[in-house]
Design a protein around this ligand. Structure first.
Ligand code: MG
Ligand code: MG
Length: 267
């Protein structure tokens, strides 16, 4: 069942999303070659807890950490570890927060130092694909319109869409109905109405769309070991346009100040 949200509930989800965005901005401030993914995770966990929230991924179905940190050929669900980030890495950082009984979810892909053109292009394409999907999250369209916009944008440019994983409804739970696939036909799925809150999250590969899972039960990687990028916003479906409840503004502000992130140009 799809659970529609009241204005008050949407504002509470926005508050959780704001904490997610500010947490990702903390990551943007300290990410650099030599820092381990688990150091980034610890910073995020402390920041969330100090701001009245709880990390939504921590212990979710046994996930051991606060952030999913997915480097280069890792698509999603990378587990923080003692891996030291290297110059040239593409690092997607996914974060969820519960606050006041409501969830927020967002992901940003960072380009650290001297990254390849392939990674820069992939990151831009994924960012733009997210925007293309969000533009269609309006009352009267079908859920399928979002995925149709994402895959049309991406495949036209020679990149591929991961199909096994999808966006989702969000609210009192991290994952609610409906699924929001990043591919498919325009008229598929439920008709959208204002008050639906969705996490839209294209996962885009530079090469093949094929993926596999490591036997840690989480980490998803590209089959051909080429890079994958991931951006995510939590949005509320609107009458004329979607309301974006998470924001990249704080992140981009920190990106601009971090000399190791000079290649992060999204438009
Ligand atoms: Mg997420
Ligand atoms: Mg999500």
């Amino acid at each position: 069942m799809i659970c529609l949200k009241t204005r008050e509930e949407i504002e509470l989800i926005r508050e959780s999303c704001l904490l997610v965005s500010k947490t990702l901005a903390r990551v943007a401030r300290i990410i650099q070659p030599g820092i381990t993914t688990s150091e980034l995770d610890k910073e995020a966990e402390a920041f969330i807890k100090n701001n009245g929230g709880y990390p939504a991924f921590l212990n979710y179905r046994g996930f051991p950490n606060t952030l999913c940190i997915s480097v280069n050929d890792t698509v999603v669900h990378g587990i923080p570890s003692n891996y030291k980030i290297k110059d040239g890495d593409l690092v997607s950082v996914d974060c969820g927060v519960e606050k006041n009984g409501f969830f927020g979810d967002s992901c940003f892909t960072f380009l650290v130092g001297d990254v390849s053109n392939e990674k820069t292009e992939l990151s831009k394409i994924t960012f733009n694909a997210l925007q293309a999907g969000i533009e269609l999250a309006i009352e009267g369209n079908f859920i399928g319109a979002i995925g149709n916009a994402v895959h049309s944008y991406v495949e036209k440019r020679g990149y591929s869409v991961v199909r096994e994983l999808a966006g989702h409804g969000i609210g009192r739970k991290l994952h609610e109905e409906p699924d929001v696939p990043n591919f498919g036909k325009q008229y598929r799925g439920n008709k959208m109405v204002a008050g639906m809150v969705l996490a839209i999250e294209p996962m885009i590969n530079a090469g093949t769309r094929r993926i596999y899972q490591l036997n840690d039960g989480w980490t998803i990687k590209t089959f051909d070991r080429r890079p994958s990028a991931h951006f995510e916003h939590t949005i509320a479906v609107g009458f004329e346009r979607a309301e974006i409840l998470s924001t990249f503004d704080f992140i981009i502000e920190e990106v601009q100040k971090n000399k190791f992130l000079w290649q992060n140009r999204l438009q």
